[in-house]
Design a binder for this molecule. Structure first.
Ligand SMILES: *Cc1c(COP(=O)(O)O)cnc(C)c1O
Length: 228
């Protein structure tokens, strides 16, 4: 099941990339394994998947140590200050940095652990009140402040469009994130301004996200089935 799903998704990624004149290798699949057991994750690993996304620290701290050290783990959940140390210890990339307070904590623990922590800045493009992420107009000044932190590498941006809309309706949000990334990279605000990461697109809309420039797609349901 997992193997077939993985092949279908990889095939769709390749098609969407080629259709928009991009290299399929430029797009990384982040397999979102929240609330899925290690047995299923192990199945995905056995099928060649090496990058996973998790949302909850408690759950991650139980699962990650069981799955070996060859896997790259992305934190994609809401990050609380009191969990920052755990996040730095467990994860290779933290995709959801959206305020200075969290960035300062992450930097402090990264320094303690002598780790260069790769992070993305989460942007609330859709301006939904309940949603995490910095507003577009505040993104530049926040990025300025975060990049001052010596143990953080801000490699790009992450966003989530409003939940449950049609894939085509997600397109303007993805496009907006790419435009913002272009502006910020012109100001040389990222770690590598020639290769800015754009984490956008989930099970329902990853092909559209790739057409709009995604370099990472975060896919859960289409790979592991519905979460209960
Ligand atoms: C759960 C989650 C996903 C995966 O969503 P699916 O629709 O299951 O693919 C992607 N990104 C974030 C931030 C999530 O929380």
């Amino acid at each position: 099941m997992i193997r077939e799903n993985l092949h279908i998704i990889q095939d769709n990624i390749t098609k969407a990339a080629l259709a928009s004149g991009r290299q399929p290798e430029a797009i990384k699949l982040v397999a979102v394994s929240k609330r899925k057991p290690v047995t299923l994750i192990a199945e995905a690993i056995a099928s060649g998947q090496m990058v996973f996304g998790e949302n909850y620290l408690q759950e991650s701290s139980e699962k990650i140590p069981q799955l070996g050290d060859k896997i790259s783990w992305h934190f994609i959940g809401n990050l609380q200050s009191n969990k920052a140390k755990q996040a730095v210890m467990l994860f290779d990339v933290i995709e959801t940095v959206d305020r200075l307070k969290i960035a300062l904590k992450l930097d402090k623990f990264a320094a303690e652990l002598q780790k260069e922590m790769t992070v993305l800045m989460q942007v609330n493009v859709s301006r939904e009140e309940q949603k995490s992420g910095v507003f577009v107009e505040d993104a530049g000044s926040l990025l300025h402040a975060i990049r001052e932190q010596t143990n953080l590498r801000v490699t790009g941006l992450m966003t989530m469009p409003p939940y449950g809309i049609d894939p085509e309706e997600s397109r303007p949000y993805f496009r907006k994130l790419r435009q913002l990334a272009n502006e910020l990279s012109r100001e040389q605000l990222f770690y590598d301004n020639a290769n800015v990461a754009l984490s956008m697109g989930m099970s329902g809309d990853y092909q559209v996200a790739i057409e709009e420039g995604a370099t990472m797609v975060r896919v859960g349901t289409a790979l592991f089935g519905r979460r209960i």
